[in-house]
Ligand binder design. Sequence first.
Ligand SMILES: [Zn+2]
Length: 269
Amino acid sequence: MDSQIYFLGTAGSDAMQSQLRSSAGIILKLDGFQIHIDPGPGTLTRAKDYGINLKHTDLILVSHNHLTHCNDMNALIEAMTYSGLDKRGILIGDEATIYGSNFDKPILTRKHTTYLEKINSLKVGERINLGTIKIQGLKTKHSAEYGIGFKIFTDKFILTYTGDTSYFSGLKEEYLDSNILIANTVKPFNSKDEHNLNSEDVVKIVNDVKPQLTIITHFGKQMLSAQPTYEAREIQRLTKIQTIAAKDGFAIDPVSYSPKLRQKMLDRY
Ligand SMILES: [Zn+2]
């Protein structure tokens, strides 16, 4: 299975408002199957800038209803379905994004509901089977009531996307067996955030879970000032696990990029 990860946007929380970086989400291409994770502000323009054809999107994953994760979801549905002329595609998201909650209206509009082939809300621990790919909802501790992370099972690797969460002791069990960890690391070392991960939290998680590759993204202002590349180097030094700081427009084939991941794949066969 050919795989490629594209980071269209890498800004989280307060870095989005001033557009220090974009929050257009992450594209995962698996053997031609195109997944768009968390299409925040700038999705359509950044996809155009980086040569990603949104019409080829097969699956949208939305972790929660904060704007940096879902703001352009309806626009993406519009793009991938030719404004509903071609009813297709799957949306998997947290309950509040799709159906709303006691506090919030749904992000998905009634019109865009009719454009899609399949819509699934996902709860923590639930798993949806899409042929060779399976998607599982992961627990988060964040300021979004129904927020989730995603564990994506492919025939080559298990990729975990944390979504927005703060650190809690159960994270190890949630992320167990992950080969690739994409961690929304809003804050740097020596900083506090009760709703999000900082670099110290990522060190704890990586030491517990031992993925073959860690990618940090979703940076807040303070993290950008501390320089994500420096933070990634420090996380790598402390965990001995290859760690990359994503940049807008950054693309990798994780298997060819990471010797350890490649070795893990070879060991399996
Ligand atoms: Zn959030």
